[in-house]
Design a protein around this ligand. Structure first.
Ligand SMILES: Nc1ncnc2c1ncn2[C@@H]1O[C@H](COP(=O)(O)OP(=O)(O)O)[C@@H](O)[C@H]1O
Ligand SMILES: [Mg+2]
Length: 275
């Protein structure tokens, strides 16, 4: 077990509102935990709380033990080290987190120099290698591009490549497929599967759609209104869901394969929206 949450509560003392009502789950080595639930259910907040990325006025309690060390209450300086190296977060709308003024390569190299303490030359080599691992063609050319010159799917792949290069124990991917069309969604899910096989990293994969995580998740945590309503192995969740809300998510899930095939039939691979 690499991460263990026990009763993590996030509340906002300004409004006295409880945002996350007590989250408990474990992440095992080289497995994927998926957090699933509708928008506003507290998925992002749960993972931000673990990494100290919540607004400073929010109160967090409970324990989140990473390799036995409780992350809740750690100093920002210590958390920053862990975020840079051990637990990497690919934030929601990661595509927009590239700076439009600099090339992708420049930004990758800066990240590696700062977080891995390696030289610029080594960083450039690592940038090309990790893009290559994501099966991106001509990585030497891709790193010369500015963000606006690349598609959303491609930028998402570059983000994943950065996370891979850091060789963290855990990658947290917050809705990495939500802004993508169904073709790219399916490919990005495949890439996360490959990433896990190749690197042996553990994964926390957040999505509002059970269909997206179906082929990827080993364990699933279902959230609704800040509460964990169901938690178990993916097999158990899909075969024997207990909570009404989980049943609803199963019934309304989008089949990535289905929408992919439909798009292929129509010969329309550009702007099919799964949803
Ligand atoms: N900085 C904040 N302060 C107070 N409440 C917030 C803050 N950010 C988000 N929230 C609230 O927390 C709840 C959970 O948000 P979030 O974790 O982003 O949901 P999800 O990722 O599941 O869509 C939402 O109701 C949202 O309005
Ligand atoms: Mg979110």
């Amino acid at each position: 077990m690499i991460l263990e949450l026990k009763n993590v509560v996030v509340n906002d003392p300004r409004s006295n509102e409880v945002i996350v009502h007590g989250s408990s789950f474990i992440v095992r080595k080289n497995t994927c935990l998926s957090i699933v639930g509708e928008s506003g259910s507290g998925k992002s907040m749960t993972t931000k709380a673990i990494l100290g990325l919540t607004n400073p006025w929010l109160k967090i309690s409970g324990t989140a033990k990473y390799k036995g060390k409780n992350l809740i209450g750690l100093k920002q300086s210590e958390l920053r080290k862990i975020r840079g190296k051990n637990i990497c977060m690919i934030p929601q709308y990661a595509m927009t987190s590239f700076d439009p003024l600099y090339t992708i390569g420049y930004q990758m190299i800066e990240t590696f120099v700062e977080n891995l303490g390696i030289s610029k030359e080594e960083s450039k080599k690592l940038a090309i290698e990790s893009l290559d691992k994501m099966l991106i063609n001509n990585p030497e050319e891709v790193i010369k591009k500015y963000p606006h010159q690349l598609s959303g799917g491609m930028l998402q792949r570059c983000m994943i490549a950065i996370a891979i290069a850091m060789k963290p124990d855990i990658i947290i991917a917050d809705e990495p497929t939500t802004a993508l069309d169904s073709i790219n969604q399916r490919e990005v899910v495949e890439e996360f599967k490959r990433l896990r096989d190749v690197t042996g990293t553990s994964l926390i994969f957040i999505s509002h759609d059970l269909g997206v995580v179906q082929s990827l998740a080993d364990d699933i945590l279902v959230m609704k209104n800040g509460e964990c309503v169901e938690y178990g192995t993916a097999k158990k969740i899909f075969e024997n869901p207990q909570h009404e809300y989980t049943k609803y998510l199963i019934d309304t899930r989008v089949s990535l394969t289905e929408s992919f095939i439909k798009a292929m039939e129509k010969g329309d691979t550009d702007d099919v929206c799964a949803g």
